[in-house]
Ligand binder design. Structure first.
Ligand code: CA
Length: 248
């Protein structure tokens, strides 16, 4: 499994994105958390639909364990929002057990489904199995794009960017922005277009915030951020991506 690479006190460490546990039953959430952490997963916990969306946007989780009965909304709707946000597996954990309900869960994009009371050990096994399936399917060529002779690689399934073979630590917003620009190399995007396409509904405010994101992205992907090779400014208009896509 790939993680995000950091250097801590001179040592390189990999940090996997966390597993998001969405569960309003605190006692049950604690048990699931303990089992996942014993299996070396990092976890974050949310008890409501609102909190779950906020944490999923901030962390882009490795996977989500999703309870369907939440105090401020349904897990079913949440599952659809997750699928719009990124490409990570969702395991539904629920008291609902009829065949129709399970089939409805899969139709919403759930990758697995467990009925309460569920065995936490089985949950960990199922999570590992789902992640293995994801890893395999995410290595398909259409999920990645490579630029300038493999110098810059974007993986749209895993929301990862690597430069010269090193994975970069990149925020979900930066990723969306880069993916938008890189999807049409050479095309100039206005700030307004970038706000709409890359930041979407979650964005309220001034389109100059795009400039701040571009600045951060340049620090990460450019050899020399002051003379960018990929993210070029088109004065008075916006930005364009100048990388050359490698032939497969
Ligand atoms: Ca519940």
């Amino acid at each position: 499994m790939e993680g995000i690479r950091f250097t801590v006190l001179g040592k390189e460490v990999y940090v996997l994105p966390p597993v998001l546990i969405v569960e309003d039953d605190i006692k049950l959430a604690r048990i699931v958390k303990a089992y996942l952490e014993a299996a070396d997963f990092r976890t974050v916990h949310a008890t409501t639909v609102g909190e779950a969306l906020q944490k999923a946007e901030a962390e882009l989780p490795l996977a989500v364990i999703l309870d369907l009965g939440l105090p401020d909304g349904s897990g079913e709707e949440l599952c659809q929002s997750f699928k719009e946000l990124g490409d990570f597996p969702v395991i539904m954990l629920t008291a609902k057990s009829s065949e129709e309900e399970r089939i409805a869960g899969f139709a919403l994009g759930a990758d697995d489904y467990m009925v309460k009371p569920a065995s936490p050990r089985e949950l960990v096994c199922r999570l590992k199995a789902v992640l293995k399936r994801y890893d395999r399917s995410s290595s398909s060529p259409e999920s990645g794009a490579s630029f300038n002779n493999g110098t810059l690689i974007l993986n749209s399934r895993r929301h990862q960017v690597s430069r010269d073979g090193h994975l970069l630590s990149i925020t979900p917003t930066e990723f969306k922005l880069l993916l938008t620009l890189a999807s049409s190399p050479g095309r100039t995007f206005t700030r307004d277009e970038l706000v709409t396409r890359a930041l979407g509904y979650q964005f309220e405010g001034y389109d100059r915030s795009i400039d701040a994101h571009i600045k951060n992205l340049r620090q990460k992907i450019e050899k020399d951020p002051r003379t960018p090779e990929y993210l070029k400014t088109v004065y008075g208009v916006g930005y364009l991506f100048a990388g050359e896509r490698d032939a497969l």
